[in-house]
Design a protein around this ligand. Structure first.
Ligand code: BDR
Ligand code: CA
Length: 330
């Protein structure tokens, strides 16, 4: 089966880096490009981290990286989320300075161009604020019917929020952009906290990853993944009270884009609270009439097969680069 074409939008942070490695290493995903946005870190730092992870993965050199929005549609970006991702977004780990640069095209223009070149072919996977997509839709509203699907990490329907009692970080960080995207008509799969908080890694999974990944030339990748996971375990324990378990928010979105059977979904009409004093960024569905929706705008993930997801994640992250696999068959 041909690999599914995707554009991945990231604010490379720790779980974004893992999502990126998953998308780069999966043989069922063909990345048409990577776009970056402010969020966990600045757009510049997200771009640098993305290029560095791309080089670490040993994936095809020709995957374009386009830098996008530096702040939300309205208001100001609150700055780097150091508590969870550290100052450089990747747990303080120093990856070599990337040799490649981002392309000159602005990320929203890149998205508009790609969707027009290949209508109906490309799945968008967004694991940060939806700002780049909102700008792309403003530039060319016809792209709403040209994306195959949008799979986004964001929101919370039954689960509580993670930056406020009711809001998840990616929606809260640019609620107006989220509102525009949810109202655009793009078919949406919402991979929110209802499932990502259940899609956890534990110590034994990290040990299994290291066993699976052992092999020639894999040391830099294993060192990086091990170090950022260690930072993430400590941060989630300190700031979120999660002991011995870390949610794989962004990798789950990529995995669901690759294999929708990992989750159960419910149809909903999701409205975004853009202004509430206490509730900005909430993803609301009128559940009083859930069975009687006449219109839906999202398939909301409500259950995840955690074990099958983690198994796939570890195997893909640990996979030997193609060149090493070919050497093994000599
Ligand atoms: C989301 O917020 C960011 O910190 C993560 O990268 C993820 O995309 C989880 O709420
Ligand atoms: Ca993210």
């Amino acid at each position: 089966m041909a690999a599914a074409k995707m554009i991945l939008d990231v604010d490379t942070g720790i779980d974004d880096a893992l999502a990126l490695l998953f998308a780069l290493k999966s043989d069922e995903i063909g990345l048409e490009g990577i776009t970056t946005v402010f969020g966990n870190v600045s757009a510049e730092q997200a771009t640098r981290n993305t290029l560095a992870v791309l080089e670490l993965s040993g994936a095809a050199e020709d995957i374009p990286v386009a830098m996008g929005a530096a702040g939300p549609l309205f208001g100001e970006w609150g700055g780097t989320v150091e508590s969870i991702h550290d100052r450089n977004g990747i747990g303080g780990y120093e990856l070599p300075e990337p040799k490649k640069q981002a392309i000159a095209e602005f990320a929203p223009d890149f998205i508009v161009r790609k969707l027009n070149e290949q209508p109906g072919e490309i799945t968008l996977v967004f694991v940060g604020r939806l700002t780049n997509l909102a700008i792309a839709l403003a530039k060319d509203p016809t792209i709403a019917s040209k994306a195959k699907r949008l799979v986004l990490m964001g929101g919370a329907l039954y689960a509580p929020g993670n930056v406020t009692p009711v809001a998840e970080a990616n929606i809260w960080g640019d609620p107006e952009a989220a509102h525009r995207v949810f109202e655009s008509g793009i078919p949406i799969t919402m991979v929110g906290l209802d499932v990502t908080m259940e899609a956890v890694l534990r110590d034994e999974d990290v040990r299994r990853f290291k066993e699976l990944a052992a092999g020639p030339g894999q040391e830099p990748l294993v060192r990086f993944v091990d170090a950022i996971l260690k930072y993430y375990f400590e941060a989630y324990e300190q700031y979120n009270g999660c002991v011995g378990r870390i949610p794989m928010h962004d990798p789950l979105a990529v995995a669901v884009a690759e294999d929708p059977s990992l989750v159960d979904t419910e149809p909903h009409y999701i409205a975004i609270e853009t202004k509430g004093r206490l509730s900005a960024g909430a993803t609301l569905s009128d559940r009083r009439k859930a069975s009687a929706f006449t219109e839906i705008n999202a398939s909301v993930c409500v259950r995840v097969d955690r074990d099958r997801f983690v198994d796939r994640l570890l195997k893909v992250l640990a996979a030997q680069p193609l060149s090493a696999q070919m050497r093994g068959t000599d």
